[in-house]
Design a protein around this ligand. Structure first.
Ligand code: CU
Length: 174
């Protein structure tokens, strides 16, 4: 019985974490974070619906690139000289920890001007977001459809585990 209880507690913790983690987006999908003109990052972002607690992954070669979070003004003017935060691991995970706009650019000379910058708007999650008919993404490309699907799958997984654990819990109590 003690074993069962601790297993149960573990499962509940797991389920709660599954719910609190948001979706994960790889910036630029398979192209990653690049200055070679392969990705229009603002177009990429416009096909997504970012929420607080979602995570961005910037993947790139850190010999050539980095990620700087900057102000609106520095984003517009491609100014890398007063960043809010700098990331340079080559595989940076950044959580959207508040609602509002986030501005990222690559600080390597010329890269921002070549298009290596992205503006992300994070909104608070609403219960309506999981209904497929509410999503205004009819004409999106196949690759972004795939990542949207994955993101949706992640959040549904958390919900599924919660439902499972809750029903198991109820089975124990009654
Ligand atoms: Cu760069």
């Amino acid at each position: 019985m003690a074993f069962r209880k601790s297993t149960l507690i573990f499962l509940v913790m797991l389920a709660l974490c599954g719910v609190c983690f948001g979706a994960v987006y790889r910036v630029g999908d398979s192209n990653g974070w690049t200055s070679r003109g392969l990705v229009d990052y603002n177009e990429w972002a416009s096909t997504k619906d970012f929420h607080v607690n979602d995570t961005l992954i910037f993947a790139y070669n850190n010999q050539f690139h980095n990620v700087m979070q900057v102000t609106t003004q520095d984003f517009e003017s491609c100014n890398p000289n007063s960043p809010i935060a700098v990331y340079s691991s080559g595989s940076d995970t950044i959580t959207l920890d508040r609602p509002g706009n986030f501005y990222f650019l690559c600080g390597a000379p010329g890269h921002c001007r070549a298009g290596q910058r992205v503006e992300i708007m994070a909104t608070l999650p609403t219960p309506d977001d999981s209904s497929p008919s509410a999503s205004p993404t009819e004409a999106i490309s196949a690759s972004s459809a795939l990542s949207n699907g994955l993101a949706l799958h992640f959040s549904k997984l958390g919900l599924g585990v919660t439902m499972f654990v809750l029903s198991t819990l109820l089975g124990f109590v009654f």
